[in-house]
Design a protein around this ligand. Structure first.
Ligand SMILES: [Ca+2]
Ligand SMILES: [Ca+2]
Ligand SMILES: [Ca+2]
Ligand SMILES: [Ca+2]
Length: 418
């Protein structure tokens, strides 16, 4: 890529990378977008949010698709053993309607314990129109079970007839694409005093060929607009566990082994991709995951984020743009429900003509890394050279690609690009 770009852009790359060296020495190894970004969640994969999505259904703009995924890098050979959702985790979408940082409503998903490899878990979906009050509505739906066949089991999609909300949970292809290794090797070359931009020419998608645990909902936009109705909604993905977990001895062991009780404690949060991963210093990453958008808006992490961006060479104009996305009103994915959308954003970034994606919400195909680099580099186009997902996304809900399966034919490329 860098051979074909202008000298101006190449210079911008070096400025950025010099800055990265300056600001992120304690965290040389970037994981993205939010996969295992902090020690707390790296040891708790079932509650480790990797990505959050919020977009208008390109086939029907009256519906909003919300999705979050956890516990990535599931290899096809482990589709059976690693296919369940933790029954002790609450998966929550916090919805912000009033333009401040405080969430106003929420959607929560919890799962029954897995009882057999070929039996679905039961998900319970609850909507809280007012946080802290009883659920406004709820329904249950099965997960999609996995097989080790060459062809994946069909996605099980459930529509609740009362609310017209559609639900899916199961393993899918990981829709995120980024060359972790190329990026980190390039940073390492800069650290060693010999910047080597050819390291970024690998263009290898670290996530290709691997699966992830996906939870997706299609929701009538009218449910999410709030009262009074506001066309802009903020979405924050959160995982929570009970404060107390008691390990059971053999005689008292249920399927999952442990008993959890007490109030819910936040384990991870994620909205704007790569904020915690790239902009928060290593010693504060667990703290960021435990904090709230109100903390962001109160400036709890602002100095760190601004310092990182300044070290990256980002000017005040673009710091302001990025701060408006993730700091000023809290870290939310903000989606304008009045901005029509006809695409999943595959291979698109903010420089694409007619672009309607991230940071307007986030579509499954949006090249969020290139969009973030664009603003960090003061609106010079930059790329990690991985510019689309490894497999096509589904054109209908849940809009994510089926899981990668074990191969029948050993000569076929399994798509992994380590
Ligand atoms: Ca995470
Ligand atoms: Ca609010
Ligand atoms: Ca993928
Ligand atoms: Ca890219």
């Amino acid at each position: 890529m860098f051979h074909s770009r202008s000298r101006k852009i190449a210079a911008a790359v070096l400025v950025i990378l010099a800055g990265i060296v300056t600001c992120t020495l304690p965290a040389r190894h970037m994981r993205a977008a939010d996969h295992a970004e902090a020690t707390g969640v790296a040891g708790d994969p079932g509650a480790d949010i990797a990505d959050v999505f919020a977009f208008l259904d390109p086939n029907d703009n009256s519906k909003v698709v919300l999705a979050l995924d956890v516990e990535g890098f599931v290899v096809p050979s482990e589709l059976l053993n690693l296919s369940f959702f933790s029954p002790d985790v609450t998966y929550r979408f916090e919805i912000e309607n009033t333009g401040d940082a405080r969430p106003d409503s929420s959607l929560e998903v919890t799962f029954s314990p897995q009882t057999a490899r070929n039996v679905p878990q039961t998900a319970t979906v609850r909507f809280f129109e007012r946080i802290g009050q009883h659920a406004t509505w709820q329904f249950t739906a099965p997960t999609t079970v996995q097989s080790l066949n060459g062809t994946p089991n069909p996605f099980v999609v459930t529509t609740d007839p009362k609310t017209n909300v559609t639900f899916f949970a199961g393993l899918t292809d990981d829709p995120f694409y980024f060359d972790i290794v190329g990026f980190n090797r390039f940073v390492a070359s800069v650290l060693a005093g010999a910047p080597d931009p050819t390291r970024l020419q690998r263009g290898r998608d670290s996530f290709a060929g691997y699966n992830i645990h996906m939870i997706a909902l299609s929701i009538p936009a009218s449910i999410l607009r709030g009262r009074p109705s506001n066309p802009i909604i903020g979405v924050n993905g959160v995982t929570l566990r009970n404060k107390v977990t008691v390990r059971q001895d053999d005689s008292g062991k249920d399927e999952q082994g442990d008993k959890s009780e007490g109030t819910l404690v936040q384990v991870d949060r994620m909205a704007t991709p790569a904020v915690n991963t790239a902009l928060i210093p290593f010693p504060r990453k667990n703290e960021y995951n435990s904090a709230t958008p109100q903390d962001d808006a109160a400036g709890r992490f602002a100095a760190d984020i601004v310092a990182t961006l300044k070290a990256l060479g980002t000017n005040d104009t673009n710091i302001g743009i990025l701060a408006n996305v993730a700091v000023v009103k809290g870290d939310y994915l903000r989606l304008n429900l009045n901005t029509t959308n006809s695409s999943l954003g595959e291979g698109q970034n903010v420089t694409t003509p007619g672009y309607t994606g991230f940071p307007n919400g986030r579509r499954p195909g949006d090249d969020t890394i290139d969009t973030l680099l664009f603003f960090i580099a003061n609106q010079n186009p930059l790329s990690d050279n991985v510019n689309s997902n490894d497999v096509p996304l589904l054109k209908t809900f849940p809009f994510f690609a089926p899981p990668h399966q074990p191969l029948e034919n050993p000569t076929i490329d399994d798509l992994t690009r380590n």
